[in-house]
Design a protein around this ligand. Structure first.
Ligand SMILES: [Zn+2]
Length: 151
């Protein structure tokens, strides 16, 4: 189907491609706004183990019907919610990259994230329920053979 909205508008669907394996992390915007060019890979069962970067495919016009999304972009309602999310997100970044990179690169990754938020960029979270491009919420996700179902 056609992407339900344009980049920066609520409803827009985007995909981030893992730099190591090409696995896809589908996201959608709950609120309209700016999303980053790169995220940490969150593709379910990806062989990178969530350690690789994933780059934006810049909001493809056509979205396959069989996409199952598990992530979304939103604008926190309050300063407290934003700070709580930020703390968790930075802990998450540190947990993954701590042993892999030096202090300078670690700091630059955190600063890039904070800079995105400081400029009013959207926050990323796991969706309460997986979703489809048609907008439906689905409660049962088919398992991919040989892959871990965890995202
Ligand atoms: Zn990956």
């Amino acid at each position: 189907m056609q992407n339900p909205a344009a980049a920066g508008e609520a409803g827009a669907i985007n995909v981030y491609v893992c730099e190591e394996t090409g696995a896809k992390t589908w996201t959608r915007e709950v609120d309209g706004g700016v999303t980053p060019f790169m995220i940490r890979c969150r593709a379910a069962g990806c062989d990178c183990g969530g350690r690789a970067g994933a780059t934006s495919a810049m909001y493809p016009r056509e979205i396959p019907d069989n996409v199952i999304g598990r992530w979304e972009w939103y604008r926190p309602d309050s300063r407290v919610e934003a700070l709580t999310h930020a703390t968790k997100a930075i802990d998450d970044v540190l947990a993954v990259i701590d042993r892999k990179v030096g202090a300078a690169e670690r700091q630059s990754k955190i600063l890039a994230t904070v800079d995105h938020w400081a400029k009013g960029g959207l926050y990323m979270r796991q969706s309460a329920e997986p979703w489809t491009p048609g907008g439906g919420q689905i409660t049962k996700v088919p398992k991919v053979p040989g892959k871990r179902a965890k995202s």
